[in-house]
Write a protein of this length. Structure first.
Ligand code: FES
Length: 114
């Protein structure tokens, strides 16, 4: 299947260190949960799947950041990830990473690149 773009949300919906927006991506036969957040002025996309145990990360829908808005944190056991790289810096899966999903911000919209 040819690569394509799918709209996730308006760019304005993603504020620095604020709530993320969930969407889904197809990988083979599976429809997987994913999310986008804004950090360092840029939009970052990852599968919504902790590197420790493959559960969704947000303790409330869209709440991926810690209270300081600096790190992504898994609601289950507190694994803490850098929001630009997805690298786990603290917790049971320290040294592992979230799986990046290709996203693009263009003309005020955020897209998933399939
Ligand atoms: S499932 Fe995420 S830290 Fe354990």
């Amino acid at each position: 299947m040819a690569a394509g773009k799918r709209l996730i949300c308006d760019a304005a919906a993603l504020v620095e260190g604020g709530e993320g927006v969930r969407f889904t991506v197809r990988r083979g036969d599976e429809e997987l949960s994913a999310f986008v957040v804004r950090f360092g002025g840029l939009v970052h996309g990852f599968l919504n799947r902790c590197a420790h145990i493959p559960v969704e990360m947000d303790w409330q829908e869209g709440r991926f950041f810690d209270s300081g808005g600096l790190y992504l944190i898994c609601s289950t056991h507190g694994a803490t990830y850098h929001p630009e790289s997805g690298f786990c810096i603290r917790g049971p899966c320290k040294g592992q990473s979230l799986t990046r999903v290709a996203v693009e911000e263009l003309d005020g919209k955020v897209y998933c690149i399939d």
